[in-house]
Ligand binder design. Sequence first.
Ligand code: KIV
Ligand code: ZN
Length: 512
Amino acid sequence: MTEKLIIFDTTLRDGEQSPGASMTRDEKLRIARQLERLKVDVIEAGFAASSNGDFDCVKSIANAIKDSTICSLARANDRDISRAAEALQGAASARIHIFLATSALHMEKKLRMSPEQVFEQAKQATRFARNLMGDIEFSPEDGYRSDMDFLCRVLEAVIAEGASTINVPDTVGYAVPELYGNFIKTLRERIPNSDKAIWSVHCHNDLGMAVANSLAGVQIGGARQVECTINGLGERAGNCSLEEIVMAVKTRKDYFNLDLGIETKQILAASRMVSQTTGFVVQPNKAVVGANAFAHASGIHQDGVLKARDTYEIMRAEDVGWSANKIVLGKLSGRNAFKQRLEELGVQMESESEINAAFAKFKELADRKSDIFDEDILALVSEESLLNDKEQFAFVSLAQHSETGERPHAKVVFTVSGQEVRGESDGNGPVDASLKAIEAHVKSGAEMVLYSVNAISGSTESQGEVTVRLQNSGRVVNGVGSDPDIVVASAKAYLSALNKLQSKSDRVAAQG
Ligand code: KIV
Ligand code: ZN
């Protein structure tokens, strides 16, 4: 019988740790629902003890999702583990993921603990967690840079205490495929009770080898769980990318000979949702989900593909959710058609009034843009102002004047806690003038660290999707806005980022 490869998605935990990628509870819930449709085996929904906000996210996801196991990260202490168990109470299937660093560097410099103390704490924490829940995963943080003898001792002990998954992180992305694969193999060979656990790989992408390392951990090391994120989202250079792992194992079944439970047709929708929610744009040449991943530009390739598809294609675009840009809705579409399309796209609105608000925005857009694509709908409903009328800042209108040889000038009307205000400024260009007009009133003092524009469906007729990343007092947030007018999209994105800066965060980082 073919063995199964477990796909553990950590977009909502490790992915979200990427500066600027933090998501609201509603956004996380929407992504969790898409991950469920994608049929990932385990969803790491967050780090319940890190903040009240994260606790709520894990709890809401645990209550909403039925077909995937929901997991919360926890440090190796009773409080974190109890918080994780509490947040996971409503889950149909739940897992606690405990982590504790085991490398000499992390133990000495970060934890300031002796190896003996770490050994005892790992054992004690696993025992405590195992008394609360049946499904326990243990991760020796910076495992790949840990001393092999010490790591074997710790992992043997936590398996004896009941950890049923052992995950070996390459926390800093230092590994190379052959060595990482052999590292997992050696651990499994040397640890006497290694067969009592499922072995898992968790690789960061600092040297661009996260996917290759993970696959080597599977093939050479015998790991049967891969931890990954949609679009490879994650701190620094990111995590191992889910879509690449899944399609490599599926396309090269002749080599890996493993089964997957993944509904691959949902990959692209998941990729778009994560990118639109976080503002982390997918590069066009990104494998599987990049805009060019299946585009054959050269004449020779086009000719070959037309004659026989497999001359240049190793996967079918439809299998990962690509289809020709379909006009799904237009000006004449009714509320029911709109609602049904939202459901098909995995967008769940909590109330009828929220659907009405979204439908009103859709009609507004359809008046200005004849063809409405799925991307437009997703962009429209991802605007915070729609999903949350409690937001402090909301866009109302904008007027700007720019002419060759003249300095552009903008007037922006927006609301602050429901009260209409206006700001006015000139600037280097219309976008600069508009954002300065908002700032002239708000005076946030935030520094802009990124500004990017993307044409949602690829042509000048499409909506512009703007991402603005702001930094203030050590916090980094992303705001995303979309509109057929990119100056308006920019103002919306700026206001969305200001809203995120307003929401206080007291999160504890999982690493560092
Ligand atoms: O990279 C890492 O070490 C982690 C652990 C917390 C599992 O994300
Ligand atoms: Zn990690």
